[in-house]
Design a protein around this ligand. Structure first.
Ligand code: SF4
Ligand code: SF4
Length: 711
C-alpha cells in the first residue's frame, strides 16, 4: 500500500508542479518585459519599516478587508487557514514519503497544534459558508449592476470555494481514519478530528482502514495540487502576489500625488523627450511597467473598488475593476507576441496575431478600454482606498490619458478650452490675472499682496487658487478664511496676480506638459518669494502644492485651511459664540479626505460652533462619495448616466439638512448646482444652502444670524 500511495502521490505532484511551473514562467516573462520602475524597488531599501508595517497590517492583519466586517472576518479566517493548514500539508508529505505511521516529532504530536489546526479549519469552513451567502445575496443575476461581482469571473470564484472546501473535508477525513486506526499523533485537543474518528468506529479491519487512510491522504494532497494549478491560472493568484503588490505599492497608499511621467524608469524630461523613443504614458499594453502587470495579476475580482466608484454608481461605463481585468485579459492574450523575439514574431500567422489581439488598440471605441471609460474617472481615489491588495487604478488611468492627450490629441473637446486658458492666462476660466485681486477690495481690512519677497513676519502664504480668486461662490470661502486669519492675528500674504493655476486640472486630464509649465513657474515664484508655510483653501491646490511640487523642486509646509482654522480654534485664537441652530451634513472632498486623510478637522470646527447638529451621510470619510469635479471632470460635460453631483445631493437630502457643508471650492460649485436643480424641482427646501465650514465659523464668530447664501 505504501509504495502504491507513494508512486501515485509523487507522480501527481510532478505533473502538477510541471504545469504550475510552466504558468509561473509565462507570468514571469510578462512581468520581466514590463517597463522598469526602479523607484519601487528603491523605496523598499529606503524604508524597511514601512515595508514590514505593510505586510503586518495589510497582509497578515487584513486591515482593508476588515473594514467590511463580515466579509473581512470570513476572508481573515480563510487566509489564516491557508497559513496554518500548511502544517497539515507538511505532515501529509511526511506520511506520504515515510509511511502512514510516520510523525514529525512535536509538530505532529503536541496537542495545542492539533487544536489550532482543527479550529482554523472549522473557521475556514464557516468563512466559506459566509462567502457563499455573500455571493448568493450579491449575485449579479439578482441585483444586476449594483452587485460588486458584476463583470467578475464568477465560475472561477465558485471553483475556488469548492476547492477550499475540498481541502477541509479531506483533511478531516484522513485524520478521522487515523483516529479510528490509532495512528493519529495528537491527543483529544484535536477535538474535531477525534469527533470525525467516530464515523469510522464500526470498521474493524485494519487493512480497510489503511486503504481509507491512504485514499484520504492522496485526496488531501491531490486537492492541493489541483488547486495549485488552478490558482496560478486564475484570479486566485493573489494569494501569492498580494504580499508583493503591497510591498511595492506607491507609498504611502497610492493616493495624493499623481505619478510623474516616466519613461524607461526615469522621469520624462520634456526638453529632451522624443515621442518615437520615449514612452508617453501608456499607448499599448507593452508600455506598462512590471508593477502595472503585477497589479493586473493580483486583482482578486472582489469588486470593492467598483462598489465605491462614483462613475459606476451613476450608470457610467467605468468600473475600476473592469479596467484592471480588461487590461489583464489583453496582456495575457498579447503576451505570447510581445514577449517573443523579432524572429519569432515574424513566424506568427495572421490568425495567431488576431487571437493575440496584436492590432487591438489600447484606448478606442473597439479597443481594450473605451474612451468613455477613460474620461469618466474623477480621480476620486475610492478604488485605490478600498482595494485590499493595493492596486493603483488612478496611476494606470492617468497614464492612458497622458498618451491620449499628448500623443493622440484625443480628449473631450470641452477640456480643450480649459487647457488653452491655462496656457494663455494661467487659470481655467481664461480671466485676466488682475481679477485675482478683486476679492481683496471687498474686505474692510488690508491684505498683504507680495510682489518680490514675502515680508519677514509672514507666517503663511495664503494660496488663494483660481476658483478662490475668480469664482463667486468660492470667493466667499476666500474672504471668510482671510477674515478669520485676520481676527486670529495670523500674518499672511497672497501672491495676487503672480499666482497661477497649480496645474492640477491639466495634470489630471493627462496634459503633463502644461502641468510642468505652470508648476515650474509657480515653484520659481514661491522659491523666490521665500515661501515656507502655505495655507490653501482648495484641496486640489493643497494636494498639488504639498505632494506634487516636491517632484519639481518645490518643498513647502502646506496646510489646508480647515487644519489651520481647527488649530486656531483649539488655541483659543478663534472663538465661535453665536449659535447656529441648524442640521448640517458635511461632504468630504476627495482630495482633502481620501487623498490626504483630513477628515477630522472640518468636523472639529463644526463641533465647536454652538447649536450645530451634524449628521453624516450614508457614505462619508474614506467611503465618501465624489462631487464629480475631480480628474478635470469639472471641465467636461457629463453626458452618461445620472449626474454625480445630483446623486451626492440626493444622499445629502436623506439627512434632511438645513445646510450642506464642505471644504472645497469645486464641491461647493458642484453641490450648489445640484441643490439649485433640486430646488427647481421642489425636491429641496428653498433655504437649503451649501457652504464652506469656514463660512459657518465666521458666522458664529461674528454673530451673523442669517445663513450666508451660496447663490
Ligand atoms: S478614481 Fe474614483 S472615479 Fe476613478 S475609477 Fe477610481 S473610484 Fe472610479
Ligand atoms: S482592483 Fe482591488 S478592489 Fe478592485 S476588484 Fe481588484 S482586488 Fe478588488
Amino acid at each position: 500500500m505504501f509504495w502504491i500511495t507513494l508512486v501515485i502521490g509523487l507522480a501527481g505532484a510532478a505533473v502538477a508542479l510541471a504545469l504550475a511551473g510552466r504558468r509561473v514562467l509565462f507570468l514571469a516573462r510578462i512581468a520581466k518585459s514590463g517597463q522598469p520602475d526602479p523607484e519601487r524597488v528603491l523605496q523598499v531599501k529606503r524604508d524597511p519599516k514601512a515595508d514590514i508595517e505593510g505586510q503586518v497590517t495589510e497582509v497578515l492583519g487584513q486591515r482593508k478587508l476588515l473594514k467590511w466586517t463580515v466579509a473581512g472576518a470570513a476572508h481573515a479566517a480563510v487566509m489564516w487557514a491557508f497559513f496554518l493548514l500548511a502544517t497539515v500539508y507538511g505532515e501529509a508529505a511526511v506520511q506520504l514519503l515515510f509511511g502512514l505511521e510516520a510523525h514529525i516529532p512535536f509538530l505532529q504530536t503536541w496537542g495545542p497544534i492539533g487544536f489550532v489546526q482543527d479550529t482554523i479549519a472549522l473557521a475556514c469552513a464557516a468563512g466559506l459558508a459566509v462567502f457563499v451567502a455573500i455571493r448568493v445575496k450579491n449575485s449579479p443575476k439578482r441585483i444586476g449592476r449594483k452587485s460588486r461581482f458584476k463583470g467578475s469571473h464568477l465560475s472561477g470564484a465558485w471553483i475556488t470555494l469548492f476547492m477550499i472546501f475540498n481541502v477541509i473535508w479531506t483533511m478531516f477525513f484522513f485524520r478521522g481514519v487515523e483516529v479510528a486506526r490509532g495512528n493519529f499523533g495528537y491527543n483529544k485537543a484535536a477535538y474535531f478530528s477525534h469527533l470525525t474518528g467516530n464515523l469510522f468506529e464500526g470498521i474493524e479491519s485494519d487493512k480497510t482502514l489503511e486503504i481509507l487512510e491512504s485514499v484520504g491522504l492522496l485526496a488531501h494532497i491531490g486537492v492541493a495540487l489541483i488547486f495549485l494549478v488552478f490558482v496560478v491560472n486564475s484570479k486566485h493568484l493573489h494569494i501569492f502576489l498580494a504580499p508583493l503588490n503591497v510591498m511595492f505599492k506607491r507609498r504611502p497608499d497610492g493616493l495624493g500625488a499623481a505619478m510623474p511621467m516616466m519613461s524607461g524608469g526615469k522621469p520624462l524630461d520634456f526638453e529632451e523627450a522624443d515621442p518615437d523613443e520615449d514612452t508617453f504614458g501608456r499607448g499599448k499594453i507593452e508600455d506598462f511597467t512590471w508593477k502595472g502587470f503585477l497589479d493586473m495579476a493580483t486583482c482578486t475580482e472582489c469588486g470593492r473598488c467598483q462598489s465605491q466608484c462614483p462613475a459606476w454608481n451613476t450608470g457610467k461605463p467605468l468600473s475600476p475593476k473592469m479596467v484592471i481585468l480588461e487590461l489583464r485579459d489583453h496582456a495575457l492574450a498579447k503576451a505570447p507576441y510581445f514577449t517573443a523575439s523579432e524572429e519569432e514574431r515574424e513566424k506568427f500567422t495572421d490568425e495567431q496575431k488576431l487571437a493575440m489581439q496584436v492590432d487591438k488598440e489600447l484606448v478606442a471605441e473597439d479597443g481594450v478600454i473605451h474612451p468613455d471609460v477613460l474620461w469618466s474617472c474623477t480621480n476620486c481615489g475610492a478604488c485605490v482606498e478600498q482595494c485590499p491588495v493595493d492596486i493603483e487604478h488612478i496611476d494606470h488611468i492617468l497614464d492612458m490619458r497622458r498618451f491620449q492627450v499628448m500623443i493622440e490629441s484625443s480628449f473631450p473637446s470641452e477640456a480643450g478650452v480649459m487647457l488653452k486658458n491655462l496656457e494663455n492666462k494661467g487659470n481655467p476660466w481664461g480671466m485676466s490675472e488682475m481679477k485675482r485681486l478683486e476679492w481683496i477690495e471687498e474686505l474692510d481690512f488690508e491684505v498683504e499682496v507680495a510682489d518680490e519677497k514675502l515680508p519677514e513676519d509672514t507666517e503663511y502664504l495664503f494660496w488663494v487658487g483660481c476658483a478662490g480668486a475668480l469664482e463667486d461662490r468660492a470667493k466667499k470661502t476666500t474672504k471668510a478664511v482671510a477674515e478669520l486669519l485676520h481676527i486670529a492675528g495670523v500674518k499672511f500674504a497672497v501672491l495676487g496676480p503672480m499666482e497661477a493655476c497649480t496645474g492640477d486640472p491639466a495634470r489630471r486630464l493627462g496634459m503633463e506638459f502644461v502641468f510642468q509649465m505652470l508648476g515650474q513657474q509657480n515653484v520659481e515664484t514661491l522659491n523666490e518669494m521665500g515661501a515656507k508655510k502655505i495655507v490653501a483653501t482648495c484641496p486640489h491646490c493643497f494636494n498639488t502644492l504639498a505632494n506634487e511640487y516636491p517632484q519639481i523642486g518645490g518643498n513647502y509646509e502646506v496646510v489646508h485651511h480647515t487644519q489651520l482654522l481647527a488649530h486656531l480654534v483649539e488655541e483659543g485664537k478663534l472663538t465661535p459664540v453665536a449659535p447656529i441652530e441648524e442640521n448640517i451634513t458635511y461632504h468630504d472632498p476627495c482630495f482633502l479626505g481620501r487623498h490626504n486623510k483630513v477628515y477630522k478637522q472640518p468636523r472639529d470646527i463644526m463641533a465647536t460652533v454652538p447649536g450645530v447638529k451634524t449628521q453624516e451621510m450614508h457614505r462619508h470619510k474614506d467611503r465618501g462619495f465624489c462631487c464629480g469635479a475631480g480628474g478635470a471632470r469639472m471641465w467636461m460635460e457629463e453626458r452618461i448616466g445620472k449626474r454625480i453631483n445630483t446623486e451626492r445631493v440626493d444622499e445629502a437630502l436623506e439627512t434632511n439638512p438645513d445646510t450642506v457643508s464642505t471644504a472645497c471650492p469645486f464641491c461647493l460649485v458642484m453641490l450648489g448646482d445640484a441643490i439649485n436643480e433640486k430646488k427647481n424641482e421642489g425636491a429641496a427646501k428653498e433655504t437649503l444652502e451649501v457652504v464652506d465650514v469656514s463660512q459657518l465659523l465666521i458666522r458664529s464668530i461674528k454673530g451673523e444670524k442669517e445663513p450666508v447664501p451660496a447663490e
